[in-house]
Design a binder for this molecule. Structure first.
Ligand code: NAD
Length: 250
């Protein structure tokens, strides 16, 4: 039990990678808070965790809203008394031609994928500092933080920003005993990837660029999140780890 009695928050925890991380944190003994816009899914996820014997809470939260993120931290503390681990995972993608991207799509992606990570990390860190206990913050990045793909320009820009945010937060919070790290997945089997997984031609393209020859599973990201959240990573801060099947080695 690497996270016994820790309180762990996961934004975007109702589906995909976030849900796998929430389950993995709970399996390691953590009390888990799932924050998401998807209420029915989030509540069902929490019910399943509770049935499996874990303490868990769902909070509806839009990570792009400072007021909602602050309310999320307050709900977490009201339910479980503290916060030890925050995984800023909520993210969206908008695809299109670079010349056609709208201002609305650019703003929407930056709001969730970059500002949301900042707001979550700042509010979580304030709580951890107030507790005086240290903590671990994990920012969900992507291989696209370093690998530019024009058809998802706002996403690439946001994830590049997340990597810098991880570094700057690690410096700002090191003397408070708060470690801040990132995870940059390659292609992982979630709903975001469904249009690729279900299209043999697109899938061929992904596999050609993935040395391990397959897409990753959400659980293969969750195991990295557990490691970074745990004492096993006690001397790691300011890093982004890429579980990407070797893609960035190409
Ligand atoms: P997903 O769509 O399956 O899950 C994302 C969750 O975030 C959903 O439950 C959604 O409701 C929630 N969400 C969206 N906007 C929100 C908001 N404003 N506030 C709160 N919650 C919100 O996606 P996923 O594939 O599990 O991706 C999770 C994270 O991993 C994202 O940051 C994504 O960029 C990153 N990532 C995914 C892949 C991949 O291949 N799937 C690869 C690299 C990085």
């Amino acid at each position: 039990m690497r996270l016994k009695d820790k309180v762990a928050l996961v934004t975007g925890g109702a589906a995909g990678i976030g849900l796998a991380c929430a389950r993995a944190f709970a399996a390691e003994g953590a009390k888990v808070v799932i924050a998401d816009l998807a209420v029915a899914r989030g509540e069902a996820a929490v019910e399943a965790l509770q049935e499996a014997g874990s303490d868990a809470l769902f909070v509806r939260c839009d990570v792009g809203s400072r007021a909602e993120v602050e309310a999320l931290i307050a709900s977490t503390v009201a339910a479980f008394g503290r916060l030890d681990v925050a995984l800023a995972n909520a993210g969206i993608v908008k695809a299109g031609d670079f010349l056609e991207f709208s201002e609305e799509d650019f703003d929407a992606v930056l709001r969730v994928n970059l500002k949301g990570v900042f707001l979550t990390g700042q509010a979580a860190a304030r709580q951890m500092v107030a507790q005086g206990t240290g903590g671990a913050i994990i920012n969900m990045s992507s291989v696209n933080a370093v690998m530019a793909i024009p058809s998802i320009t706002p996403y690439v820009v946001a994830k590049g920003g997340v990597n810098q945010l991880t570094k700057v937060m690690s410096l700002a919070l090191a003397d408070k005993g708060i470690r801040v790290n990132g995870i940059g997945p390659g292609s992982i089997r979630t709903e975001v990837l469904a249009s690729v997984v279900n299209d043999p031609e697109k899938m061929k393209g992904v596999l050609m660029r993935t040395p391990l020859g397959r897409v990753g599973e959400p659980e293969e990201i969750a195991s990295v999140a557990v490691f970074l959240a745990s004492e096993e990573a006690s001397y790691i801060t300011g890093q982004t780890i890429y579980p990407d099947g070797g893609r960035l080695a190409l």
